[in-house]
Write a protein that binds this ligand. Sequence first.
Ligand SMILES: Cc1cc2nc3c(=O)[nH]c(=O)nc-3n(C[C@H](O)[C@H](O)[C@H](O)COP(=O)(O)OP(=O)(O)OC[C@H]3O[C@@H](n4cnc5c(N)ncnc54)[C@H](O)[C@@H]3O)c2cc1C
Length: 494
Amino acid sequence: MDRPKRVDGSNLSAQDLDTLRSSVKGKVVVKGQSPEEEYRPLLERWNRMHIKEANIIVLPESEEDVSSTIKFVAEHNLDVAIASGRHTYSGPSSGYGLIIDMRNLRKVSVDVEKQTAVAQGGSLAGDIEAAAEDVGLRPVMGAVNATGCGGITTGGGIGNLSAQYGLVADNLLAARVALADGTIVVASDEENPDLFWGIRGGGSNFGLVTEFTYKLHKADPFVYSGFFMFSSDKIDACIDLMNVLHLDYIMKSNGKFACTGLTAIMGGNVIPGFLVWYDGPEEEGKKYIKPILDLGPIYPGSGAEVKRHTETTDWKQFEKMFPPEFNRLVGTTTQVSYPISTDIIKRTVQRFQEIVATRPENLSVSKLMFDLRDYSKVTSVPLDATAYANRREGCLIAVDLIWDQEELDKEMMQITKDFITQVRAWVKEDNEQKGVADVGAHVGATTLYALVSDGDEKLASVFGSNLGRMKELKRKYDPGMMWDKWYPVSPDAN
Ligand SMILES: Cc1cc2nc3c(=O)[nH]c(=O)nc-3n(C[C@H](O)[C@H](O)[C@H](O)COP(=O)(O)OP(=O)(O)OC[C@H]3O[C@@H](n4cnc5c(N)ncnc54)[C@H](O)[C@@H]3O)c2cc1C
């Protein structure tokens, strides 16, 4: 089907813009017309590589504003992007046309009796966590509170509580969704279940979520958490420990112990470490981190303590790992089956070290992460129950190449692509030896965590065996491809 190309809105007349302004209560900020000090900060993104000069930014104050803006977008065939927490690795919340920026819609209300939270579509994970913690409850969100619930929920969402309660999307009970014609509908198991299926892992392919209703979980607010780092000569020992940690500790903790292997760079050397998080008292937590302590971490600098769960997700503590001058990056992932081939991990770390050594100053805060989570709760949900396709037990390998200069963007993107392609080839070989398919036959699940990707992966790698249903739903809910920023599925293909 031929669709007219979406336009960036630079051709809109003053009268058109007045019509838009009068149809919404929220602010309409226009490039070249609104004051620069108002316009420019609205373009900021966590990953500065994806800052784009949008022509129009609408800041809705209500669901009606969202609806009116979408109708305007449809009438003028505008290019449109949705921004919530503005925290994506790739750039789907940026564009040259119109941005629907949800930052003013962050109200959260918690129902203590029902153990639910209703959050407006622009809420940050931290807004929901804080509101729930006040009354002894917790939502499932990701590792940091600054992430928008819009992106993380529609993309799947993994956090420390996922081993106990599943994905962020698995804890979604209902949503209100603004469709491509501006109408607002409810998506839940009872109403529009096909849409509900699609927004749990299908991203923004079918509409903009104006309100999320989440299941909350009763919990003590305190957890035992911290970080342990080691000298460079212990890299191999740390890698060798990963299978032990996974099999004998994480998988025996009833989902309470989550642990991420991490490499950071210090003084040009790769430093291994483990981020640990235990949902229980210190005495119990200490048993789970024993093998890490036995390996002799570096002090001072290493340690775990009892903290509020919301403290462990507080973005402020991670800011040190992402200094503002290093704000261009690409994140990408693949997953290796257990028991992990330590040889693959060692080769991956070795390659990472070589890459960083080519530009030690520019790449000095880059990271590699090895997510050693218990995925049995996530994989207990059938793969075709939601659009999310990465329901697989395995260690997620995440590459975060982070640099400081715009001139390096192209080169670094390419280096990261080549790097992950190489790692995937090793993993594929390993999977073949273990009889585990890369995508498809084994469990039909993908090995890519699409929320941490360069935005440029094949649709089959993102949606796996759910791609066919995604296409069907796209034909029903967005045949005109209004929502075309986060892994847009073409409705045309059979
Ligand atoms: C430092 C950091 C840590 C992270 N940690 C984790 C983690 O622990 N676990 C995890 O799962 N992910 C994690 N992520 C990835 C994160 O979940 C995604 O980047 C997510 O897309 C961010 O959501 P956002 O709303 O902030 O993004 P934005 O950039 O605002 O939006 C990105 C896209 O999400 C979609 N979207 C946003 N809001 C809505 C909405 N209301 N309705 C429909 N679609 C919407 C749109 O396609 C939008 O373009 C992390 C990212 C970063 C940068």
